[in-house]
Design a protein around this ligand. Structure first.
Ligand code: MN
Length: 296
């Protein structure tokens, strides 16, 4: 605090001097501050390996990390909100790096981010992160994804956001994805995004050395042929259970085809895919197509 000594020779009333000292210390702290203020959520629940890998890695590199996650798995809940029951949030200890503040929340992923931004955090985070999801969020998956919705809630509130997913439901090796998350956050700290975006990041579930690189991609199309099992309950009534799906990746002509390959294709080639997403779903082509359409 060199500058703190430079004003002491001036004869200032004590109170003013103390206030000035506080101000100088605050300016000094702001100038030397490293790291970003990060809010992290997910849809696999607070005890999942992916969120621990993400939060602990970023806390270790000096970022100010707050975690607010569902208290249980909430995958495929999309952007759902809890309106007809209370939302509870409890402080969670001993699960994360000691510098991480963590809450387990009874709500959905979108509830978690809303609650954090409006009730739990003392100030706005620089970034909202979600994940690392255990399983891919490629193509049309983003519409069902709680992981992507948690990040999107940040963007809705004007905060840039990143959703991270590991593209395997079986492989549990989160380290390469966590390492990439740290590199990406560092890059965004030095070079903020030129506009408000959600970056949907999918990391192939392979050894770090096998990752081919990073590709900026467009959202692909995945079509699921859903398989429902029809069963009879013990009281003789029929019920259905979504038992599985057959995945079809569809390549449709796209106006963006010349700019980028799809996230699905990039991951097939072992690239980390980064797809910029927005919440405005207006179809520009649709506006043009409906221009002369008279509806009465
Ligand atoms: Mn999930």
């Amino acid at each position: 605090m060199q500058s703190a000594t430079s004003y002491q020779s001036i004869d200032l009333p004590g109170r003013f001097e103390a206030e000035l000292g506080k101000l100088v210390r605050r300016i000094g702290a702001a100038a030397t501050k490293i790291g970003m203020k990060l809010l992290i959520s997910n849809d696999d629940g607070i005890y999942s390996e992916g969120v621990r890998a993400l939060a602990n890695g970023l806390a270790n590199s000096g970022h100010d990390v707050t975690v607010v996650c569902p208290d249980r798995e909430r995958s495929a809940t999309g952007h759902g909100l809890t309106l007809h029951q209370p939302i509870r949030a409890e402080v969670v200890q001993s699960v994360f790096h000691p510098a991480v503040k963590a809450w387990a929340c009874s709500g959905t992923p979108a509830d978690c981010v809303k609650l954090a931004l409006w009730a739990l955090l003392d100030s706005k985070p620089d970034l909202v992160l979600s994940g690392i999801n255990h399983g891919s969020n490629l193509g049309t998956d983003v519409l069902y994804s709680g992981t992507v919705s948690a990040a999107m809630e940040g963007v809705v509130e004007g905060i840039p956001a990143i959703a991270f997913s590991l593209t395997s439901f079986t492989v549990r090796e989160f380290a390469p994805a966590a390492a990439f998350a740290q590199r990406l956050v560092t890059q965004l700290e030095k070079h903020p995004l030129p506009e408000l975006l959600l970056l949907n990041v999918n990391v192939p579930a392979v050894a770090e050395a096998a990752i081919a690189g990073v590709a900026i991609t467009r959202q692909g199309i995945r079509r699921y042929v859903d398989v429902f099992e029809k069963r009879i309950d013990p009281r003789g009534k029929t019920y259905y259970w979504l038992a599985g799906e057959v995945l079809e990746d569809v390549e449709e002509p796209s106006e963006f085809a010349e700019y980028a390959i799809t996230d699905v294709e990039a991951n097939r080639q072992n690239y980390i895919s980064i797809t910029p997403l927005q919440y405005n779903l207006t179809s520009v082509r649709g506006l043009a197509a409906l221009k002369d359409w008279h509806c009465r």
